[in-house]
Design a binder for this molecule. Sequence first.
Ligand SMILES: *Cc1c(COP(=O)(O)O)cnc(C)c1O
Length: 337
Amino acid sequence: MINLVSDTLTKPTPDMLKYMMAAEVGDDVFGEDPTVNSLQDKIAKMFGKEGALFCPAGTMTNQIAIKVNTNPIDDVICDIDSHIYQSETGGYAYNSGVGITLIQGSNGKISAPQIENAIKPGHDWQPTPRLVVLENTCNKGGGSIYRLNEIEPIYQLCKERELKLHLDGARLFNALVETGENTLDWGQYFDTISLCMSKGLGAPVGSLLLGSHKTISLARRFRKVMGGGMRQVGYLAAACHYAMDNHIVRLKDDNDRAKQIGDVIAKKSFAKSLKPVVTNIVIFELDDEIKDIDFLNLLKSKGILAVPFGGNTIRFVLHLDITQKMCDEVCQILKDF
Ligand SMILES: *Cc1c(COP(=O)(O)O)cnc(C)c1O
């Protein structure tokens, strides 16, 4: 089976496993796991941030970010399709007691003028605007990319209006290999950044939250209260070290393969529309005559797995475990449909 369901499906490579097994470990709740500490230091430095915190999942790094940047009855502003709103079990309300103002962006991306319009004036009867969350790449936006020149005006606005700015960078490296922009430039604009190691980068577990010393020491407390304080977790941090050192550059292959598949789909009548393919995600809407479940079953009969993505759309995600040969096979099968 060629599994295009998600880039979270990747399994550790033999070399990654070897590297994990050789990790030096300690009790990370006491801050004594050298492999966790060196990972946190390495990634904080990459982004020019004072600190980083290793967490079990991107949902946790996002949820902690909302928690450290807000107080109850504050307001968070984000795109309607953002992961923090759609895919984190309503955690912003549950964990942080905040409201949310949703913007209908363009392929998951929101602009400074849209954010300005969404800032509530702050009457007693309104939640207090406090935090803006951006996603790069935007998952439900079809893997769309923000460029730094789009971030700059959002950063300026947030500074003027005293709003915090968080980046959900679960797939940030898929964007950076495409644009050539660098991590230090990205780091300077955000109060907090969350990164995932367990998607295209291929680690089995792991996300990092980046921020100031003060933010990260508070984040440590929230990680603990959420049950995310782990012990000899350096074995998993080692996988992230390995992924950072060996699997970033190759994300370009995933992006390129997604584009190859997108080029085929763009010419087929089964697709009513296709979101621009710029990174490793392909989202297309099926012709009204074709039901998503039927299409997925047909794909399955040809050896391809994918998921329905709402509103009669299908999502394909390219990742570490999909070779060029498998991609060629997918293209051929789609051409023959
Ligand atoms: C996957 C993902 C996350 C984190 O998900 P976990 O499964 O909790 O690691 C956060 N944001 C986006 C945009 C994602 O795609």
